[in-house]
Design a protein around this ligand. Structure first.
Ligand code: DHK
Length: 152
């Protein structure tokens, strides 16, 4: 276990606080607390520290992304509804100059056409979608490789 584990900030956008009750046939029955526990478990396995957050506000999300610059080693983000609309979020991710992994619980490409285009993907090192909340743990594994904490 490294003395100072690299910090991975895990950000969740609007309506993800409603996981568990929100359209469970699409998003599953796990809650956001379950997602946080999954991320914490994966982070421990890969020698990473996490800061896990959710907001319904675009401005707050942009501010949190900006604050990652110089503070975090990488960002895992489910931008939810801001995926398809937010150039401000894209610009914030680009200015961090950090590895970014974009996660979607559902396969956005099998859903309505308006969900297919992601501004965030233009700043993403990689994208995981359609694998349910396991996508977050897979993102943590990939992030460990990206920040060089995978060897054990
Ligand atoms: C979550 C949302 O809230 C939607 O706006 C996206 C994404 C899909 C998800 O699959 O996690 O379109």
């Amino acid at each position: 276990m490294p003395v100072n584990p690299p910090l991975i900030v895990v950000l969740n956008g609007p309506n993800l606080n409603m996981l568990g009750v929100r359209e469970p046939e699409k998003y599953g029955t796990a809650t956001l607390d379950d997602v946080e526990a999954l991320c914490a478990e994966a982070a421990e396995e890969f020698g990473l520290a996490i800061d896990f957050r959710q907001t319904n506000s675009e401005g707050e999300l942009v501010t949190w992304v900006q604050e990652c610059r110089g503070r975090a080693a990488g960002i895992i983000i489910n931008p939810a509804g801001y995926t398809t609309t937010s150039i401000a979020l894209l610009d914030a991710l680009l200015l961090t100059e950090l590895p970014v992994i974009e996660v979607h619980i559902t396969n956005i490409h099998r859903r309505e056409e308006f969900r297919h285009h992601s501004y965030v993907s233009k700043a993403a090192t990689g994208v995981i979608c359609g694998l349910g909340i396991s996508g977050y743990a897979l993102a943590m594994r990939a992030m460990a490789e990206l920040v060089g904490e995978d060897e054990d």
